[in-house]
Design a protein around this ligand. Structure first.
Ligand SMILES: Cc1cc2nc3c(=O)[nH]c(=O)nc-3n(C[C@H](O)[C@H](O)[C@H](O)COP(=O)(O)OP(=O)(O)OC[C@H]3O[C@@H](n4cnc5c(N)ncnc54)[C@H](O)[C@@H]3O)c2cc1C
Length: 366
C-alpha cells in the first residue's frame, strides 16, 4: 500500500489524510502541537468547500453542525448599507455558505482520520532526499510527502527555497461571544482603515472579527483597544463588545504568500497555507486547502504526476490570493476622500454584478 507522510495536522493536513485514506493509501500525519486543536473562532465555508467535503464523505455531517448564512453585506460604521448580498441568489446559483465553530470543524475532520495515523508533539525540521521527513522523533519515509504546515512551512523550503510571507499591513482580532439578544443580520462594516464583522454560530453565540491598519508585531491591543476603535460603531457592535471576554480575544497579524513558482517537486507537494496563504477577505483559505486535498489525492491515485496537481491548483489559488489582497486593500482604505469614493462605488454596484464576481472563486470543476 502506498504511503503519504503529511506534515501538519490543521484543516489542510487532516483533509489530505482523509482524501488519501479514501484512495487506499496509508497516511502518517506529523503535528508539532501536543493536541489537534483549532483556535476559538468561527469559520465560513463556501459551496466550493462543501463540494470538497462531500467528496470526503463529510458534507452532511458538517452541514449538520453548521448554520446556513442567511444574510450578508457591507455597511459603513454608522450602519448604513453600502452593499447587500443577494443571499437567495447565491444559494440558488452555488448553494448556501455556512458558518460553524472551528473546533467543531476540526473535530469532525480528526474523527475521520484513522486514530493510529496522527502523531502529535512531533516537530518537523525538513525534508531530506525527496521522501524522508526529519523530525523531533527521528525520520519518516513515504511515497509522497505533503507539506500542510502552514504559512511558515518548513517543507516549502525543499520545494522552492526560502520564501518570506508578506505582511498585509493590518492585524485581525477574533472572538466568540454570547450576546444577551440575538443579533440578526450578519455582515461586515467598513470604516477608515478598520473593519468589523460578525456572524451567528449554530448555538446562538456570535463570531466577531475585526481588522485595523497596524505595524506588524504591535504588542497589546486586546479588548480595550477593540472597544476604543469599534465601541461607537452601529448596533449591535457595542453590545457584542460588551459581551466579549478579554481572555478569549485572538489577535493575529495577517500575512499572505507571494506567488510560488511551483507547488510540487519530486515526491513533495504543498497544500493549503504552505502553498498559498491568503488574507481572509474572501473567506477562502480553508476552502482552498480542502480543494487542494481532494485534488492531490485524486492525482496521486490516478498517475501520481504532481505537475498535473500543480497545473490544476496553482493558477486558481494564486488568482484567489490576489483577489483577497485587493479586497483587503480596498476594505482598509483610510483617506477620507478614498473612503468616500469607495463607499459611493459600493452603493452603485448592483447585486447582479456582485454575484457574477463570485463565479471565478465559487465555480470549481472539482
Ligand atoms: C483571521 C482569519 C480568518 C479566517 N477565516 C476564514 C474563513 O472564514 N474561511 C476560510 O476558508 N478560511 C479562513 N481563514 C484561513 C484559514 O484559517 C487557513 O487558510 C487554514 O486554516 C489553513 O489551513 P492549513 O492546514 O493549510 O494551515 P494551518 O491551519 O496553519 O495548519 C498548519 C499545521 O501544521 C502544524 N505545523 C507547522 N509547522 C510544523 C512543523 N514544523 N512540524 C509539524 N507540524 C507543523 C501547525 O501546528 C498546524 O497545526 C482565516 C484565517 C484568518 C487568519
Amino acid at each position: 500500500m502506498p504511503k503519504a507522510v503529511i506534515v501538519g495536522g490543521g484543516i489542510g493536513g487532516l483533509a489530505t489524510a482523509i482524501a488519501f485514506t479514501r484512495q487506499g493509501w496509508e497516511v502518517e500525519v506529523l503535528e508539532r502541537s501536543a493536541r489537534i486543536t483549532e483556535v476559538g473562532a468561527g469559520i465560513s465555508l463556501w459551496s466550493n468547500a462543501l463540494q470538497a467535503l462531500d467528496e470526503l464523505g463529510l458534507g452532511d455531517e458538517i452541514r449538520g453542525r453548521a448554520r446556513e448564512e442567511s444574510s450578508a453585506g457591507i455597511r459603513n460604521s454608522k450602519g448604513r448599507w453600502l452593499s447587500r448580498t443577494d443571499i437567495e441568489a447565491v444559494r440558488a446559483r452555488y448553494g448556501s455558505p455556512i458558518m460553524m465553530h472551528r473546533a467543531d470543524f476540526l473535530e469532525i475532520l480528526r474523527a475521520a482520520v484513522p486514530e493510529y495515523a496522527v502523531r502529535t508533539g512531533i516537530s518537523v525540521s525538513g525534508v531530506q532526499a525527496d521522501d524522508i521527513v526529519a523530525h523531533s522523533a527521528g525520520t519518516s519515509a513515504g511515497d509522497l510527502v505533503v507539506g500542510a504546515d502552514g504559512v511558515r512551512s518548513v517543507v516549502r523550503r525543499a520545494v522552492c527555497g526560502e520564501i518570506e510571507p508578506r505582511y498585509s499591513g493590518y492585524t485581525a482580532w477574533r472572538v466568540v461571544v454570547a450576546p444577551t439578544e440575538p443579533v440578526g443580520d450578519m455582515g461586515e462594516s467598513w470604516g477608515r482603515g478598520e473593519r468589523f464583522g460578525y456572524g451567528t454560530l449554530p448555538d446562538g453565540r456570535v463570531y466577531c472579527f475585526a481588522t485595523a491598519d497596524m505595524a506588524a508585531g504591535t504588542a497589546g491591543g486586546g479588548l480595550s483597544e477593540m472597544r476604543a476603535r469599534f465601541g461607537s460603531w452601529h448596533d449591535p457592535i457595542p453590545a457584542l463588545l460588551s459581551a466579549a471576554d478579554d481572555t478569549a480575544i485572538l489577535k493575529h497579524d495577517l500575512y499572505d504568500l507571494p506567488p510560488l513558482k511551483t507547488y510540487a517537486t519530486g515526491r513533495i507537494a504543498l497544500i493549503g497555507d504552505a502553498a498559498h496563504a491568503m488574507t481572509p477577505n474572501l473567506g477562502q483559505g480553508a476552502c482552498q486547502a480542502l480543494e487542494d486535498a481532494v485534488t492531490l489525492a485524486r492525482v496521486a491515485a490516478e498517475d501520481g504526476d504532481l505537475a498535473r496537481y500543480d497545473a490544476q491548483r496553482r493558477p486558481r489559488t494564486q488568482m484567489i490570493v490576489k483577489r483577497s489582497r485587493v479586497i483587503g486593500a480596498v476594505g482598509q482604505l483610510s483617506s477620507p476622500l478614498a473612503v468616500l469614493a469607495r463607499n459611493a462605488l459600493l452603493r452603485l454596484t448592483p447585486p447582479s454584478v456582485q454575484l457574477k464576481s463570485l463565479a471565478p472563486v465559487l465555480d470549481w470543476e472539482g
